[in-house]
Design a protein around this ligand. Structure first.
Ligand code: NAP
Length: 277
């Protein structure tokens, strides 16, 4: 077994966060997980008597984050790995979806993750080591009608993650954006926020997408436990990747996107370079 680490994982009540916590503990690591209720805290801490710790934290409670991280550093120990996993999907046609729902999506998926990073970085910088994993999505590379706010939030986290990685590399800190395809978690079930339909013009493009996503929930291709093991491999790597796709669906769709992007760049190349000088 490689050396034992302390992982701080946001959102360990279900899905990837729970799977990673279980696999990490099985591999000999300690896990501090965040949850959103005292009941969930008790339930999570029952997983192990000495390797698992839970803290109640909503990642949009920005004023509380620094204090929670300071307390974890003082009472549990140095956070070797931060995993920004807490997040959810908003589904809705953009024109139909209130701006407040976009703000909420970005508060949780982007601002919450950034606030967590800002809280752990002073400690990691002082130690000249650390690893941050940001769980983005294949929706941080590819897009689909009906999840524009979600894709926007994951594109944002991909970009922030990559730029931050360049800022902190010299301090011995790695940043990895982990982009899963479709996995069997609560993402498309209890956790998804769905804006009600209001504009019939979008029925043809969007109704089949919403129906298909509801029907597929729980039957997705990806196994979260296997995703957790893949994340542990990235955590154990000497040189962790800046980007890691998870799942053959993500691989195929992202490759198609990159090749379509390259084709479009080529078609418009003469216009692109016409602006120099
Ligand atoms: P999940 O089973 O719904 O788990 C989401 C976790 O995030 C839950 O523990 C939830 O806590 C927590 N959470 C949500 N909002 C929060 C907030 N404001 N503050 C603190 N915790 C919060 O779904 P999941 O698929 O494992 O999601 C984990 C991450 O993977 C998300 O960032 C998601 O976007 C990403 N992802 C999922 C898929 C997929 O197919 N499943 C694909 C790509 C990316 P509660 O129990 O309190 O709600």
């Amino acid at each position: 077994m490689e050396s034992s680490k302390i992982l701080l994982i946001t959102g360990v009540s279900s899905g990837f966060g729970r799977a990673l916590a279980q696999e990490a503990v099985a591999a000999g690591h300690k896990v501090v997980g965040t949850v959103r209720s005292v009941e969930a805290q008790r339930e999570f801490e029952s997983l192990s008597a000495d390797s698992v710790f839970a803290r109640v934290l909503d990642v949009t409670d920005f004023d509380a984050i620094d204090g929670v991280v300071e307390e974890i550093e003082a009472s549990v120990g140095p956070v070797d790995v931060l995993v920004n996993n807490a997040g959810y999907g908003h589904e809705g046609v953009m024109e139909e979806s209130p701006l407040a729902e976009m703000r909420r999506q970005f508060d949780v998926n982007v601002f919450g993750a950034v606030a967590m990073m800002k809280a752990v970085l002073p400690f990691m910088r002082a130690r000249r080591r650390g690893h941050i994993l940001n769980i983005t999505s294949m929706g941080g590379y590819i897009t689909m009608p009906g999840i524009s706010y979600y894709c926007g939030s994951k594109f944002a986290l991909e970009g922030i993650s990559e730029a931050l990685g360049k800022e902190v590399k010299a301090f011995g800190i790695s940043v990895t954006a982990v982009a899963p395809g479709s996995f069997r978690t609560d993402w498309a079930g209890r956790s998804m926020q769905r804006t009600p339909r209001s504009i019939p013009d979008y029925d043809a493009i969007f109704d089949p997408i919403r129906k298909a996503r509801e029907e597929k929930s729980g039957k997705q291709l990806g196994d979260p436990q296997k995703a957790a093991r893949a994340m542990l491999a990235a955590i154990a790597a000497d040189r962790p990747p800046a980007h890691l796709l998870l799942g053959s669906d993500a691989l195929g769709l992202v490759r198609d996107k990159l090749s379509a992007l390259e084709d479009e760049i080529r078609v418009w190349e003469s216009v692109t370079v016409s602006t120099d000088g």
